[in-house]
Design a protein around this ligand. Structure first.
Ligand SMILES: [Zn+2]
Length: 276
């Protein structure tokens, strides 16, 4: 599943390749990807030019010169592909935008969970799903006080709390495991039971980890590739995620894998004990 660093990498790649392009045709092969009226979606985007591409957490925001914004959520497996020929797209491609430079921008999604929705520019942050997101790492809204206040209201596990996006947005399973290991916090620790030191360390670790992952072009696990078909390189810097049974880089004991919040969770039972 793409997390914040992967979506940011996609955004940067798409910005270089499609900003300034006008949509000359749209082929929609699987209607359920589109939220709302499919015909309106087509009509509004035909002839529109992409002016810039923004992002909020894991949502891509394609802004058009006619005042519409296409909100695109990649969900589990969604990705964008840019090709010179339509024949290069396989059966998992569900939406194809023909661009004025003769290229094709396609949305491919094996699981078909992704969504695209058109909204008037400026209203995208009011969409229920986006408005519910907590502050994002590396922005002024994400402060140690905001993190502390958000966590203090939650009794469920810190891992589940990081995954649910309400206190801080953008971390998925990979980066949640990594930042908890760095902060020596047990994934099952109740979110409102962190020590002051753990809170400070976690706050920093989230910013640092997200920045390092963006700099590395994201993490490639499973099928993630950016818009150019390139893989991220951050997987080489992961310390615990998918390192089950290997030595903890800090204390040498074995990395364990358990289920927390329904997700496979990697941690070191020795240097990430539960607080008493
Ligand atoms: Zn350890």
């Amino acid at each position: 599943m793409p997390e914040l660093p992967e979506v940011e990498t996609v955004r940067r790649g798409l910005t270089k390749s499609v900003v300034g392009q006008t949509i000359t045709e749209i082929e929609i092969r699987y209607f359920k990807i589109i939220v709302g009226n499919v015909q309106e979606f087509r009509d509004r985007l035909l002839g529109a030019t992409i002016t810039d591409i923004g992002r909020r957490a894991k949502y891509l925001l394609f802004h058009f010169d006619n005042g519409w914004t296409m909100v695109s959520h990649l969900r589990m497996e969604g990705r964008y592909q840019l090709r010179a020929e339509k024949s290069e797209f396989d059966k998992h491609v569900h939406v194809i935008f023909s661009l004025s430079n003769g290229q094709y921008l396609a949305y491919r999604d094996v699981r078909k969970f992704g969504k695209m929705q058109l909204v008037p520019r400026g209203s995208e942050l009011n969409l229920k799903s986006i408005a519910a997101l907590g502050p994002e790492p590396l922005t002024p809204e994400y402060t140690s006080e905001a993190l502390r206040a958000g966590l203090s209201e939650r009794r469920k596990s810190i891992k589940a709390t990081l995954l649910d996006q309400h206190v801080v947005s953008g971390l998925g399973n990979i980066y949640a495991d990594e930042v908890l290991w760095q902060s020596r916090i047990n994934p099952q620790e109740p979110a409102n039971n962190l020590s002051a030191t753990q809170l400070t360390t976690l706050y920093q670790a989230i910013n640092t980890e997200i920045k390092r992952a963006i700099d590395a072009g994201g993490t490639t696990v499973h099928s993630y590739v950016n818009a150019d078909g390139q893989k991220g390189t951050f997987q080489g810097q992961l310390q615990v995620y998918q390192h089950t049974g290997e030595a903890c880089p800090r204390c040498g004991n074995s990395i364990a894998k358990i289920k927390v919040a329904g997700r496979g969770t990697h941690y070191c039972p020795v240097c990430q004990p539960l607080n008493s």
